[in-house]
Design a protein around this ligand. Sequence first.
Ligand SMILES: C[S@@+](CC[C@H](N)C(=O)[O-])C[C@H]1O[C@@H](n2cnc3c(N)ncnc32)[C@H](O)[C@@H]1O
Length: 349
Amino acid sequence: MNTLLLHCRPGFENEVCAEISDQAARLDVAGYAKAKTDSACAEFICNDAVGPERLMSGARFARLIFPRQWARGEWLTLPETDRIGVLLDHLKSMPVFSSLWLEVLDTNDGKELSNFCRKFEAPLRKALEKAGKLKEGGQGPRLLLTFKSGREVFAGIAEAKNSAMWPMGIPRLKFPRQAPSRSTLKLEEAWHHFIPREQWDERLAPGMTAVDLGASPGGWTWQLVNREIEVMAVDNGPMNEELLDSGLVGHYRADGFAFRPKRPVNWMVCDIVEKPAKNAALLETWIGEGLCREAVVNLKLPMKQRYAEVKRLLERIADGLAERGVKASIGCKQLYHDREEVTCHLRRL
Ligand SMILES: C[S@@+](CC[C@H](N)C(=O)[O-])C[C@H]1O[C@@H](n2cnc3c(N)ncnc32)[C@H](O)[C@@H]1O
């Protein structure tokens, strides 16, 4: 049990290795990170068996940027027949689990394995319950089984409150048919990730005001309007007519980096494709000058050292706000709907 497995978007394995190594150094957990390119996962191999648990309890999963899911455990080889027997035997010495998720990696092989997992789940669940190893809704950890093939599985454990909210860290969001672009799901996912559900009514309330920078055709604006928030949509490009007809949207053909609202707004969101340093500076200005209370801004990452770049930008934002004497919470995540990018969320406190 000396391995921590982390899922990620394929192509971001090096970022996960760098980030988890940083966390391990901070927590004084000895070990090393390894990953195969495009495998959609990385592993942190600890020098001792308590390392993974120390890493997981010392870091908040939701605060990590690139990992989509994590679990501590080990790889098992399963036989062709009686996979369940071998799994039960392996889990014997483990605590009683409060939930079971069967997961695959976000690769083509992984997609092909999803069917196998669906079929395997019901009999496995039944056997675990019968053996007293699974009590849904109990206090125990979550059992996370990541299948690499029908014969190779990572038998992992994670605390439900300190791991991904959805299996594989992939939210099942339904694309709203009326929304004018698929990007709409990025903002919805950001809200799920950064705002506890019970606070939505207070922090995304009807009658609030927002500025959407780089708004065309209106996917993000649609999300705001859907919550009855009044939006200043800033873009030289055209906005969806139905959104304009909603009476809640004003279209400003202006440069998003120069635009300032006459009065402070509740929200600023920005999806402009620009150098990440420029978008990060914009974020610092809006929160720092009190132009908005909360902001969601996308940072595109076309460079190689993406973790190092994001870390540098987040530190710069934090330093800038500290110099102004402004307190804010700063979050950053590569969401499932993000491609070569991450999403930042800031809230003035
Ligand atoms: C990725 S798209 C935004 C998609 C939008 N969030 C949606 O959900 O439909 C980026 C937009 O930024 C706009 N843009 C680029 N530079 C801009 C600038 N300096 N000021 C305002 N908008 C800009 C582009 O016209 C483009 O419409």
